[in-house]
Design a protein around this ligand. Sequence first.
Ligand SMILES: Nc1ncnc2c1ncn2[C@@H]1O[C@H](COP(=O)(O)OP(=O)(O)OP(=O)(O)O)[C@@H](O)[C@H]1O
Length: 371
Amino acid sequence: MPDATPRINDTTPSDPGGSLATVQWEQLLVQLEGRFPASRYADLGIVVGCSGGADSVALLRALMELRQRSNHQPAGFVVAAHFNHRLRGAASDADQAFVKQLAGQLGVAFDAGLGSGRRSDEQHARQERYRFFNDVMRRRGARYLLLGHHLEDNVETVLFRLMRGTGPTGLTGIAPFRELASSDDARDFVIVRPLLGTRRSLIREALQAKNYPWREDQSNQQSEYRRNWIRNELLPMMTGTFAEAIPSIGRAIEGQRGWGKVIEILVGRWIDVVVVSHAPLVVHRLDRLARQSEPIDPLLLDSSIVVESLRKSWQRSGFPLGMMNQTQWRRLLDLLYGEGPDRIHLPGEIEAVRSENVIRFRRPDSAASSG
Ligand SMILES: Nc1ncnc2c1ncn2[C@@H]1O[C@H](COP(=O)(O)OP(=O)(O)OP(=O)(O)O)[C@@H](O)[C@H]1O
């Protein structure tokens, strides 16, 4: 069984403070500055989610160095926010103490949150953490939440989705920028992942070269078995044969992100044209729309656009997306195109009934039912 004890990284720099350090650290600063220019954001409130791991430690340190170097005197503030999940006993507390000490050393404020300590699924832990971030952002009046996801995280995510099953939007990967509106007040904030294009190895080499420590969490190798299989087995196999596989996939994701914006526009149009109402969900029959005297844009009849649009409508109508797989979407497409039976049952006890011109969706015991 792997050692679950986190340890402080103890790598001795091969060239402490020398030219190698300058090159790698500077490279990291250039990449961060390219994605999140220090002077442009200097007057706003920034929270950095810092686990104590290499990526978020590098992010926090590099951000502070860029702010110091900037000619502009920053009027804004930076907060290091650490969420202690309390899942690894003393090691979790040591992570928290490490981040607190780092924040003190860098002269930034520090906020900590405590998890329930209840062993549950990864999803629950993430939710707890995001609730904490939300709270810190609101309390501090910050505008940007910076997270340390890097290129390998993005590639892993896309490979994972590809193998589990995903649509074109899933292939756009992790969002580099994401606006979040907190539900209970009007203040919005933005999640930024400025290292999303940066190689994991550069981050670690840059830290090592400067002799900056971080906390290594061995449990990363144990949790989320399939994700870690991708990270620890699949990616090394791929790069063994295709040395440039990771940046290549990264570029494909970047390209797909562009197409994602086109898809978003088409989905918006589809909803305007095809959806009659969301509560209850009622949509026009596509075969009828295609045959009317002024037929709709054929792009809106393309099955991949239809599925993406239905996903969106599904969410808006409060229907569960989790159990909708490719087979179920295919059955629904047939219904919309006027093929197969006039009534089908879908996961989540959703019944879809086709009539002369529309499809009506019903779900028992739900606000979205009726009609
Ligand atoms: N417990 C935490 N407290 C604060 N921020 C966190 C925490 N866990 C994750 N994050 C933020 O989310 C990002 C991505 O999470 P992920 O689980 O991939 O990170 P990690 O491997 O635990 O740590 P790191 O990415 O810093 O090496 C981190 O880089 C960090 O910005």
